[in-house]
Design a binder for this molecule. Structure first.
Ligand SMILES: Nc1nc2c(ncn2[C@@H]2O[C@H](COP(=O)(O)OP(=O)(O)OP(=O)(O)O)[C@@H](O)[C@H]2O)c(=O)[nH]1
Ligand SMILES: [Mg+2]
Length: 363
């Protein structure tokens, strides 16, 4: 949610970890933010210039953020390599701060790419920050919860709902609404709009989601709720290992396999386009007494070859069959000559000359 306090949450939570000497690795994925108020290890703004992207691609603010994220996600594999090195020496948390409008990250290709890249390697947990001050209306609260639910199903990852800003409004009401359907219905009674009827029927569907949901009240100002949040992150990490990792590894392997198949298919089609696709006979003529199977390509560095480079041993019909066949040819040639001479001297004898035929028959 825009303005729900994601950045403030990252600031408070990371500074708590720093105080505990449990240094986190913090990544800012919001290209449009003016200042990053926490110690940042990787900042998207150092890679992509959001204003320049808007100008060059003639985009509005949201389009600019989406395109900047898309550009950044093409480099994300490099960041993963870096995380790989870091994760060898530490089991500390890596925290990512996302851009304001939820759809910009959650429903964009880059959001998918970045989440997939992380979730297929590391225990990954989603943190959905809700502005508890702006959710006192039951319809608003319900739409926030529907969002959280849809994100959980989209990304197939454990989710924690952080009810932020509890230093202003106590989150007790939200917990009651989630735990007791009747209390939520009562709150809805006051609202007789069409949307409240829709909310009523949908709230029933969310009952199951609530039953397993990890929720914590938090203040990004006072830091209240941090210990409880840490416990929930630990549980969600275990949940990932137990229930999600297998599926993510299967998805990763499946993707790698289909990428390889696609690569092979592309290579094949390129070869065809270049005119190299169909097979051509390497040998079109076979010498006397030889068969195609006798002909092979000599390896340029074949040690066992008798020939030294650049000088070929002249062909010798050493083969006994070949020698015989050659002798037979000469013999037959000779006989035909004699026969022809005889025919010419005695025209009454009929006969055809074999000499017109192009070559001898091999035996
Ligand atoms: N009192 C109080 N104010 C908060 C808390 N968390 C955030 N705020 C205020 O809420 C406003 C928005 O906070 P941000 O952290 O910028 O929210 P954000 O979700 O990162 O905003 P976008 O990235 O623009 O979507 C700021 O004025 C914060 O000071 C909190 O726990 N308590
Ligand atoms: Mg922010």
């Amino acid at each position: 949610m825009a303005g729900s306090g994601k950045t403030s949450f990252v600031k408070k939570f990371s500074s708590y970890l720093y105080d505990k000497q449990d240094n986190p690795y913090v990544i800012n994925l919001d290209p449009a933010c003016r200042d990053v108020p926490y110690l940042v290890n990787v900042d998207i703004r150092n890679t992509v210039n959001y204003k320049e992207v808007m100008k060059q691609y003639k985009l509005g603010p949201n389009g600019g953020i989406v395109t900047s994220l898309n550009l950044f996600s093409t480099k994300f594999s490099q960041l993963i390599e870096l995380l790989d090195i870091l994760s060898k020496n530490t089991s500390n948390l890596c925290i990512l701060d996302t851009p304001g409008q939820i759809e910009v990250f959650t429903w964009s290709a880059s959001g998918q790419i970045i989440t997939e890249a992380l979730a297929s390697i590391y225990p990954t947990v989603l943190i959905f920050v809700v502005d508890i001050v702006r959710s006192t209306n039951p319809v608003t609260f319900m739409s926030n919860m529907l969002y959280a639910c849809s994100i959980m199903y989209k990304y197939k990852l454990p989710i924690i709902v952080v009810l932020n800003k509890i230093d202003i409004v106590n989150h007790k009401y939200a917990i009651e609404w989630m735990q007791d359907f009747e209390v939520f219905q009562e709150a809805l009674e006051a609202d007789s709009s069409y949307i409240s009827n829709l909310t009523r029927s949908m709230s029933l569907a969310l009952d199951e989601f609530y039953s397993t949901l990890k929720v914590v009240g938090f203040s990004s100002v006072s830091g209240e709720g941090t210990e409880e949040l840490l416990q929930l992150i630990k549980l969600a990490g275990e949940d990932y290992e137990k229930n999600y990792r297998v599926e993510w590894i299967r998805l990763r392997d499946e993707k790698a396999k289909s990428e390889q198949l696609e690569k092979a298919r592309k290579l094949k089609s390129v070869l065809k386009e270049e005119g190299l696709g169909s097979a051509v006979a390497l040998v079109t003529e076979v010498g006397i007494g030889r068969e195609v199977a006798d002909i092979y390509l000599k390896h340029p560095a074949n040690e066992s070859s008798d020939d030294s480079e650049g000088e070929e041993t002249p062909f010798k019909p050493a083969d006994k069959t070949m020698k015989e066949s050659f002798m037979k040819f000469l013999q037959r040639h000779k006989e035909k000559n004699i026969e022809q001479k005889n025919t010419m001297s005695n025209p009454t004898t009929s006969g055809t000359s074999d000499l017109t035929s192009p070559g001898p028959s091999t035996s």
